[in-house]
Design a protein around this ligand. Structure first.
Ligand code: SF4
Ligand code: SF4
Length: 442
C-alpha cells in the first residue's frame, strides 16, 4: 500500500485545527513541503513539545510526505525562541543524512505566525493569492502532529489519540495524550480538575478557539487544547458575544480608525482584506457587494477583534456575518490580480506575541504546560463521525458489537472527501448517533 492509502486508512487529518483530510492534501505535487510548528496560539504547548519528544518521527513523517509529493525541499518552521528544540531538530536532520533535503527555519515570535499563508510567506517569501491555497505557490503545509501521525500511519497505526494542552487559570497546566472520544468532563476530572463546571472553557487556542457551551462534549482528532478561565475574564466576555450582538455593537461605535485593517495579517500580505471597509458597509448599510465580498478573505485569526480595535468592537464577527450572507447567495470573491506583494509597512506592523498575551489578559497564565503521561480510564468514548472537513464518516459497526482498539468503525462515504474514524480503546458499541458512535470501554 502506498503512503497516500496508508494515510487515508489511518484517518490522518490536519491536526493544526482545520481538520482537512491529509491524504487529499498529499494528492498533489509541490515544490516545497512545509512543517507548521509555529504554534502561535498563546498558552498552547503541544507542537513545541512533540517536536522535542518525537523529533525523529516527525522528521521522518515530513520526509516521507515530501518525497511522496516530489517536493524538492522540506522546511520546518518553528519559532526561534525554542532554541533547544531548533538545535535538536538540526542535529537529527544531520544524523539522518537529510541536511541536503530538509532545513529548519526560525520564525519570529509574532501572531499569527502559524496562519498557513503567513507561514508560507515567512518561509518562502511567496504570497498565496487571495482566496487561494498554498499549493498555488508550490507549497504543501502540514502541522507537526500531522507529520507524527503520517509517520505512525506508515507502520499501520491509525489516529486514535491526540495531544492537547490544558491551560488557563488553573493550578496545574499540562499537555497530555488523550484517546479520541474522551468526554471533556472526564478528561478534566482525571487531570485533577473536579470543578470543571466552575470555569468557562475555550476549545482550542485563546485567539481562534470557540467558547464551549459546557463541558459535556468530547475530544476529537482536532482538539489542541482547552483554555479554562473564570467566567468574567475579558476573553470569555468577548467570546460570549454572538454574531447578532457583535453586529449591533459594531454598528453603533466604529470610528473608522482602520487599526483593524492596518494590523490585519492578510491585508499586510497584500490581500484586499480591509475590515474597516466591511464595518463601514455595516454602519451605513451599504449594499456594495465588492466592499462586502472582501469579508471572504478573512482567516478569522481574531487579531482585529482581540488586539487591534481600540473601541473593543467585533470586526471579525462582522466578517463572519457577511461571509454567511454571501454564502447563502452563492457569491464567491473573485481576486482582481494574480500576484501579490506584501505591503511595505508589514515589517513594522507585526503583532508581538508577548504584547498580544498581555492585551488579552493571559500574562499570568503564560506558563509551561509540561508533557505528562496519564493513563486515562474513561467509561465511555464518544467518537465523532465529523471530525474533519468533508463528508461525515459512515458507521460500519453494529449496536452491541465488540470493537478492538484501532479498529475502523466509520468509513469515508463513496466518492467523497473525508476521513475514517477508529475506536481508540477496545469496548462495545452501545449507541450509534447521527454524529457519533458511543463505545463502552472494556
Ligand atoms: S479598529 Fe475598530 S473602530 Fe477602528 S475601524 Fe476597525 S472596527 Fe472600527
Ligand atoms: S480576523 Fe481580522 S485581523 Fe484576522 S484576517 Fe480577519 S479581518 Fe484580518
Amino acid at each position: 500500500m502506498d503512503l497516500l492509502n496508508r494515510v487515508k486508512d489511518a484517518g490522518v487529518i490536519g491536526a493544526g485545527g482545520a481538520g482537512f483530510p491529509t491524504h487529499a492534501k498529499l494528492a498533489a505535487k509541490a515544490e516545497y513541503i512545509l512543517l507548521n510548528g509555529a504554534e502561535c496560539e498563546p498558552l498552547l504547548r503541544v507542537d513545541q513539545q512533540l517536536m522535542a519528544e518525537f523529533s525523529e518521527e516527525i522528521i521522518k513523517g515530513l520526509e516521507a510526505a515530501g518525497q511522496y509529493i516530489e517536493a524538492r525541499k522540506a522546511v520546518i518552521g518553528i519559532k526561534g525562541k525554542h532554541k533547544a528544540i531548533v538545535k535538536l531538530l538540526r542535529e537529527k536532520i544531520t544524523a539522518l543524512g537529510l541536511e541536503d533535503y530538509m532545513e529548519v527555519m526560525e520564525l519570529r515570535d509574532i501572531y499569527p505566525a502559524g496562519d498557513e499563508q503567513v507561514l508560507v510567506y515567512e518561509l518562502t517569501k511567496r504570497v498565496v493569492p487571495e482566496a487561494s491555497i498554498p499549493l498555488k505557490v508550490g507549497c504543501v503545509v502540514i502541522n507537526s502532529e500531522t507529520a507524527l501521525n503520517i509517520f505512525n500511519a506508515l507502520s499501520g497505526k491509525p489516529v486514535t489519540e491526540t495531544y492537547l494542552t490544558l491551560a488557563g487559570d488553573i493550578p496545574n497546566r499540562l499537555t497530555v495524550k488523550v484517546p479520541v472520544g474522551m468526554p471533556i468532563r472526564e478528561l478534566l476530572r482525571q487531570c485533577g480538575l473536579e470543578n470543571g463546571d466552575d470555569y468557562a472553557v475555550i476549545d482550542g487556542g485563546p485567539m481562534m478557539g470557540s467558547l464551549l457551551d459546557g463541558i459535556d462534549g468530547y475530544v476529537t482528532k482536532k482538539s489542541k487544547g482547552f483554555i479554562l478561565l473564570k467566567k468574567d475574564h475579558f476573553l470569555i466576555r468577548k467570546k460570549s458575544v454572538n454574531i447578532n450582538q457583535g453586529r449591533v455593537i459594531s454598528k453603533t461605535a466604529c470610528e473608522q480608525c482602520r487599526m483593524c485593517t492596518d494590523l490585519c495579517p492578510r491585508y499586510l500580505l497584500g490581500h484586499d482584506m480591509q475590515p474597516h471597509k466591511v464595518m463601514r458597509a455595516l454602519s451605513y448599510d451599504l449594499k456594495d457587494l465588492k466592499e462586502l465580498q472582501i469579508a471572504q478573505l478573512c482567516c478569522e485569526c481574531n487579531a482585529c477583534e482581540l488586539f487591534s480595535c481600540p473601541a473593543n468592537l467585533h470586526p471579525k464577527t462582522v466578517n463572519i456575518f457577511y461571509k454567511q450572507k454571501l454564502a447563502e447567495q452563492g457569491i464567491r470573491y473573485q481576486p482582481t490580480q494574480v500576484e501579490f506583494q506584501p505591503r511595505s509597512a508589514r515589517e513594522y506592523r507585526l503583532i508581538p506575541s508577548k504584547r498580544l498575551v498581555a492585551k488579552i489578559g493571559l500574562t499570568l497564565f503564560d506558563k509551561p504546560a509540561p508533557l505528562t503521561t496519564i493513563q486515562f480510564k474513561p467509561e465511555y468514548l464518544e467518537i465523532g463521525l465529523r471530525q474533519h472537513i468533508g463528508a461525515p464518516s459512515q458507521p460500519i459497526v453494529n449496536l452491541g458489537q465488540h470493537v478492538e482498539a484501532g479498529q475502523m468503525i466509520g468509513k469515508i462515504p463513496e466518492n467523497s472527501l473525508g476521513a475514517p474514524v477508529h475506536a481508540s480503546m477496545a469496548g462495545t458499541v452501545v449507541e450509534i448517533k447521527d454524529n457519533s458512535i458511543v463505545v463502552k470501554v472494556g
